[in-house]
Design a protein around this ligand. Sequence first.
Ligand code: GRF
Length: 224
Amino acid sequence: MARLRAGVLISGRGSNLQALIRACADPAYPAEIAVVISSRAEAPGLGFAAAARIPAIVIPHRDRCAFAAEAQARLRAERVELVCLAGFMRVLETNFVEAWRDRMINIHPSLLPSFRGMHAQRQALAAGVRFAGCTVHFVRPELDSGPIIGQAVVPVHPDDDEARLSARILAVEHRLYPLALRQIAEGRVRVSGERVEIAGTSVPELAALNPVDSPAEPLASKSR
Ligand code: GRF
């Protein structure tokens, strides 16, 4: 069966790109990365694309419209069917977003719709929430909004700082993004209004309290 051709847009570190590249390395995985587009020439993530021999280009994001036109041309040329934003740090032009409606996804390090925008993990710590996480969603013109495909949750620890919480969230980002891409590539994901239906999934039996009085608390998650 033909694999879904994904284009990945990055601006920096590229650890989510790396997670997607790893998933795609399995011949049984139903998607492949056709092209990587970076808005920054010095993005370390470009190294992962090069190591995996994936075509990669840099389109400096000086002007929103010029970026959109160039990115669109390249995505078309590579016959990309789905765009994955993976740490892409610029706001995309509205026409570009609309052109990829329900065919462009993003990962954000919070349980949306909480904590949109920059420094989501810092916002979560400041709010004192007991659980944090990440979200993969279809992209709409409004920042960090759109139908939610999947979420992963982690506990917040009392001694967390931004770096520690970010690392805990990032570990689950690297599981969630390849999972969501697989579900889409298998044709199981349908947008219905502002909600997403995914065929053939089940919901985990999960209820976690945080904090708990003792580690023996039956509903508590033991993960750290
Ligand atoms: C991730 O936390 C992602 O959720 C957010 O930007 C960060 C990108 O990290 N959108 P990386 O470049 O994938 O390592």
